[in-house]
Design a protein around this ligand. Structure first.
Ligand SMILES: *Cc1c(COP(=O)(O)O)cnc(C)c1O
Length: 371
């Protein structure tokens, strides 16, 4: 048989072949120019000094495996949030936790439920394990608890809910989360994905961690990728019952947090001044940017009220979301246009520095007025 003869290789499972790959936020234009990245909800202020110093120190020991139990991370998290360190689970990004939650509790024939315009990883996590993704209708781009509950069947095994939600920025209040949890069957795992929780004011807390402390079927996930400014190190954590955490430990990767990542995360979560400065910056410039967009309403621009570090803009005038996306890219800014997520008239823009937000607002106004 000649080497050039075509032979058929292994076939991926049908449910794997059906996955639409995750689309990461762009960091360069289509012709390869570097651009400012307002497309991945990273912290525009960077990483706090305490985390950077801890990270640099860790370079002294690269030859040995990291602590598989991530003790310094679990203990730091437990101290800050008043949790049991034994019940803190950790992952290579909260992404790993979303995947292993789906793997542990669902498989072929089961259903995994989430809301329309939910986080794009939920679809991949469901399909990856051969489960059937079920999408509940939204309400004004946000989570509709009654619609979610209306989609629960005896095959439902996992419900994913991002709060605040990405890409819409919408927030489901505490009473609605409590109502959802109370109405779900006890054998359905409710995953409350709090990737943006640190951006909330104290009175906006959705009660997820409180539920995870006491309920047998709630997993809260958090990340060091957003407010903590450690996206490069891929660190997520979660909290749930000892039984759920035990199941997740069985299938997480053996050394899933690096030594430097553990050191940086433990320092970052204790750096309350950095967290507070990042939150204050975000609140101020998110408000300023939304006021600017509101003043472009005559051109058909509007926004979905956001509780996170990004805003979803809607384009219903002559200027389309696609043209705005391309215009901002020409001007040096990558944002997230979302036709693949059923939002062809929307752009998700991360709140950047003051200079960046002023620049983006000015360009959007020029594009709208020229349109
Ligand atoms: C960014 C984000 C995550 C975090 O992902 P990591 O893997 O921890 O970087 C999780 N959920 C949502 C909704 C997000 O937007």
């Amino acid at each position: 048989m000649s080497m050039s003869e075509t032979r058929s290789g292994p076939s991926p499972k049908s449910w794997i072949a059906a996955i639409a790959p995750y689309v990461p936020g762009k960091a360069s234009s289509d012709d390869g120019r570097p651009v400012v990245k307002l497309s991945a909800n990273e912290n525009p202020l960077g990483t706090g000094a305490a985390a950077r110093e801890a990270f640099a120190h860790a370079s002294a020991n690269l030859a040995t495996y990291p602590d598989p139990g991530a003790a310094i991370v679990r203990e730091a998290i437990a101290r800050v949030h008043d949790l049991d360190p034994a019940r803190v689970i950790y992952g290579t990004g909260s992404d790993e936790l979303l995947h292993i939650a789906a793997s542990a509790y669902a498989g072929p024939g089961d259903e995994i439920l989430y809301v329309r315009y939910g986080f794009s990883v939920y679809d991949i996590a469901a399909r990856r394990v051969g489960a059937t993704p079920v999408i509940a209708p939204d309400s004004d781009y946000g989570t509709d608890v009654d619609a979610l509950l209306g989609c629960v069947t005896e095959r439902t095994r996992v419900v994913f809910l991002a709060n605040p939600n990405n890409p819409t920025g919408t927030m489901t209040p505490r009473a609605e989360i409590a109502r959802l949890h109370a109405a779900l069957p006890a054998d359905v795992l409710l995953v409350i994905d709090q990737a943006y929780a640190e951006y909330l004011d104290a009175d906006e807390d959705d009660g997820g961690l409180e539920l995870a402390r006491t309920a047998p079927n709630v997993l809260v996930t958090r990340t060091f990728s957003k407010i903590h400014g450690l996206a490069a190190e891929r660190i997520g954590w979660g909290y749930a019952s000892a039984e759920i955490v035990g199941a997740l430990h069985r299938i997480r990767a053996p050394f899933n947090l690096t030594t430097a990542g553990q050191a940086a995360a433990a320092a970052a979560i204790g750096d309350s001044a950095w967290i507070e400065a990042s939150r204050a910056h975000n609140s101020r410039w998110r408000q300023w940017f939304c006021d600017e967009i509101a003043s472009m309403g005559n051109h058909g621009l509007s926004f979905v009220p956001s509780s996170a570090n990004f805003v979803l803009l809607l384009f219903d005038g002559r200027l389309t979301a696609e043209a705005a996306y391309q215009g901002l890219m020409r001007g040096g800014y990558a944002t997230r246009w979302l036709p693949g997520q059923g939002l062809p008239n929307a752009l998700r823009i991360t709140i950047g520095t003051e200079v960046q937000m002023r620049d983006v607002a000015r360009m959007l106004r020029e594009l709208a007025e020229a349109g």
